[in-house]
Design a protein around this ligand. Structure first.
Ligand code: AMP
Length: 279
């Protein structure tokens, strides 16, 4: 596995591989890798000749009060995990490589960005879209893989690719959970043991909703099912519980089989957690 930090060098290398007819699959990450990330790498390995991963904690997608400086990092462990997945290249840019002085261009998706997670995190999705478009230009992938753990992000990237006619196929990877149901996340390490236990209510609420959902049930009733699990847990600060169309993120007023996304965000102690399920 080759490590590269220079955007120019990686881009030149990728262009030369493409000239030789190689296909490229790309998995962007912020590191502190877990089994969910590695599933994305394994998918990439099956889909192209060359697999590129990136590790970059993108300052542009964190608000001033958010956890950029304490976001978990462990480069040594990450590199070991990536080489075990037969990743060919890992891109490790510095912030100053991607955002040199006087950097000013951003990518805005005003509708998708100002909904759900975007309401509590203004500027977050502009930061995401901007860094992903930059990474796409540097890596020149044929395929890029995004996890449905970050469902809104996945739809946002699909929308950007359509809007800007990017010649890239976006693949959405299923959400990977711990054995007890908690959605895997780099941020889970910041949960104290008792918070880790409480956090299980998040996935539990989604599984209960999946079990209790009935034909043409109203979204309000479905939200109540989720909330009735949340209220058992006073340590939870709910940010949102939303019932949406899983393809467009449009509001749904009634359950529609197989296309109903339940998306939730809560704060447990100092950690913000998200989860979702399509039912
Ligand atoms: P992050 O490092 O959190 O920015 O995530 C990098 C990529 O891994 C994104 O496409 C995420 O959606 C995906 N990812 C993170 N956690 C999971 C998970 N538990 N299951 C599936 N994909 C995930």
């Amino acid at each position: 596995m080759k490590k590269l930090t220079s955007p120019q060098r990686l881009q030149a290398l990728m262009l030369s591989l493409k000239k030789k007819g190689k296909t490229i699959a790309f998995v962007p990450t912020m590191g502190f890798l877990h089994a969910g990330h590695l599933r994305l790498m394994a998918m990439a390995r099956q889909k192209a000749d060359v697999v590129v991963a990136s590790i970059f904690v993108n300052p542009l997608q964190f608000g001033p009060q958010e956890d950029f400086s304490i976001y978990p990092r462990d480069l040594k462990a990450d590199l070991k995990k990536l080489s075990s997945q037969a990743v060919d290249y890992v891109f490790l840019p510095k912030a100053s490589d991607l955002y040199p002085k006087n950097f000013q261009t951003t990518v805005q998706l005003p509708l998708l960005s100002q909904d759900l997670c975007g309401l509590a995190r203004p500027g977050h999705f502009t930061g995401v879209a901007t860094v992903v478009l930059k990474l796409f230009h540097i890596v020149q992938p044929d395929i890029a893989i995004f996890g449905k753990k970050d469902y809104q992000q996945y739809l946002l990237i699909c929308q950007m690719v359509r809007d800007l006619n990017l010649p890239i196929r976006i693949v959405g990877a299923p959400l990977v959970r711990e054995k007890d149901g908690l959605a895997m996340s780099s941020r889970n390490v910041r949960l104290k043991p008792e918070e880790r236990e409480l956090a299980l209510s998040l996935s539990r609420a989604l599984f209960i909703a999946k079990k209790q959902v009935k034909k043409s049930m109203s979204s309000a009733a479905l939200i109540n099912v989720v909330r009735s699990e949340f209220v058992k847990n006073p340590a939870f600060q709910e940010e949102y519980v939303a019932i949406r169309d899983s393809e467009t993120l449009a509001k749904l007023y009634h359950y529609e089989p197989r296309k109903t996304l339940i998306a939730v965000a809560v704060q447990v102690g100092k950690v913000r957690l998200i989860d979702n399920i399509v039912i």
